[in-house]
Design a protein around this ligand. Structure first.
Ligand SMILES: *[C@@H]1O[C@H](CO)[C@@H](O)[C@H](O)[C@H]1NC(C)=O
Ligand SMILES: *[C@@H]1O[C@H](CO)[C@@H](O)[C@H](O)[C@H]1NC(C)=O
Ligand SMILES: *[C@@H]1O[C@H](CO)[C@@H](O)[C@H](O)[C@H]1NC(C)=O
Ligand SMILES: *[C@@H]1O[C@H](CO)[C@@H](O)[C@H](O)[C@H]1NC(C)=O
Ligand SMILES: *[C@@H]1O[C@H](CO)[C@@H](O)[C@H](O)[C@H]1NC(C)=O
Ligand SMILES: *[C@@H]1O[C@H](CO)[C@@H](O)[C@H](O)[C@H]1NC(C)=O
Ligand SMILES: *[C@@H]1O[C@H](CO)[C@@H](O)[C@H](O)[C@H]1NC(C)=O
Ligand SMILES: *[C@@H]1O[C@H](CO)[C@@H](O)[C@H](O)[C@H]1NC(C)=O
Length: 331
């Protein structure tokens, strides 16, 4: 009792003594401030960055965040503002940046600048819903601390750089809604640390899924709306841990009859492909929240039981000769 009172007193004392020190250390770093002014200028001094003014400590500005101890800029987040032009190369001169988000900026154009590779502390890079063009640069693999990389909803072209598989800390990779072509790299079966959730939908990817991806335990895969061919069975099997799988609107052509689905699976969508055979009864053993196998070439009776009759007939319709509840009774 006595001791905890003593500890509390000491803690309070420390807080009071350190308060002025803390607020003192919040003073903006002059190098960072200078760089931010250069960025503001490069964007044409937009209204969105009106709080970026000399009269205000830069740790107080909107769209940025300082580290509490060092007062260095650690986050730059610009969302839905009237920003036009290219990403200024000066963003590379905020050496302590951990988060860089430029999102819903339709007038942001040009390519992803190589200066970004100077941001070695970066953990989150999100350049999405902009009009960025050019390729997905392989130099992004130099940002080894990245755990979240989102380049979705842009005009990016070219193929997916295999080097991205060297990012050991990646939890999620969003390259969806671009104009990417070519194949899914073989190297994506060799992520050595985390196995990231892969979002590659709404591109123009072709070819088969590399066998190497079968060696990893993915949790979420979204390859929908591409022109992928072949087989998706490598993601399934009893010893897999996949939960959400969307392969819809591709050109997958395989016999599903003998496929084994892991218990972890909660959402499966492969509508609009050329999958044939009959639905395996193991599907009745799963806790499915979503299922859509419509617009394929399936035949035979829909296995009865589990969650399979919970879905309406649009989960199953437009197949060759699939039958049984919730579709019409088999002949
Ligand atoms: C984008 O640029 C156009 C042309 O300069 C302008 O009319 C429009 O308001 C801008 N939009 C945004 C969201 O900044
Ligand atoms: C964006 O800024 C441009 C020029 O700075 C201006 O002409 C335009 O009206 C602005 N658009 C919006 C949506 O604020
Ligand atoms: C963004 O790109 C699209 C397609 O290229 C184009 O239609 C649109 O006008 C562009 N928007 C801006 C603000 O540049
Ligand atoms: C699953 O088991 C098969 C054979 O039983 C094996 O070849 C495969 O490597 C295993 N996959 C994983 C992800 O453990
Ligand atoms: C995938 O997960 C299963 C089940 O947790 C495990 O048995 C298997 O070893 C894992 N495989 C890999 C390659 O991590
Ligand atoms: C679909 O795959 C088949 C081979 O399985 C191929 O002949 C056909 O050209 C592909 N179609 C498209 C639209 O990619
Ligand atoms: C399944 O996909 C088809 C084709 O996109 C769609 O028409 C249908 O509504 C979907 N069903 C469900 C339950 O989402
Ligand atoms: C699907 O169900 C609706 C009503 O529940 C029915 O009107 C429709 O004919 C059914 N379609 C098929 C293909 O079974």
């Amino acid at each position: 009792m006595k001791k905890s009172l003593f500890t509390t007193t000491i803690s309070l004392l420390i807080i009071f003594v350190s308060l002025p020190i803390l607020s003192y250390s919040q003073t903006c770093n002059k190098d960072d401030e200078k760089v931010l002014f250069q960025i503001k200028k490069a964007f044409g001094n937009p209204y969105h960055l009106a709080s970026w003014q000399k009269t205000l400590d830069c740790c107080q500005w909107y769209n940025v965040e300082c580290d509490q101890n060092t007062s260095r800029i650690i986050s730059l987040t610009i969302f839905q503002g009237n920003i036009s032009g290219q990403i200024p190369k000066q963003v590379g001169d905020l050496p302590f940046l951990k988060t860089l988000v430029l999102r819903k900026l339709t007038n942001l154009t040009g390519e992803i600048p190589i200066a970004i590779t100077k941001l070695t502390h970066l953990t989150m890079l999100r350049l999405s819903w902009t009009n960025l063009s050019g390729s997905v640069p392989s130099f992004l693999s130099q940002l080894t601390n990245l755990n979240f990389l989102d380049l979705s909803f842009n005009d990016l072209t070219g193929s997916i750089p295999p080097e991205l598989a060297t990012l050991k800390n990646l939890n999620a990779l969003h390259l969806d809604r671009n104009k990417l072509t070519g194949v899914i790299p073989d190297s994506f079966g060799t992520f050595t640390g985390n196995v990231p959730d892969l979002y590659l939908s709404h591109n123009q990817l072709t070819g088969t899924i590399p066998k190497s991806l079968g060696y990893l335990n993915f949790t979420t895969i979204d390859f929908s709306r591409n022109q992928l061919t072949g087989d998706i069975s490598i993601f399934f099997g009893l010893n897999k841990t996949i939960q959400i799988a969307d392969f819809s609107r591709n050109n997958f052509t395989f016999d599903i009859t003998k496929m084994v689905f892991p218990e972890s699976l909660t959402s499966l969508d492969f509508n609009h492909n050329k999958v044939f055979g009959s639905l395996p009864t193991t599907l009745t053993g799963l806790s499915l929240q979503y299922l859509n196998v419509s617009y394929n070439r399936l035949c035979g009776q829909i296995p009865q039981g589990g969650d399979l009759q919970k879905f309406d007939n649009t989960s199953y319709f437009h197949n060759r000769c699939l039958c049984g509840s919730p579709l019409a009774t088999c002949a």
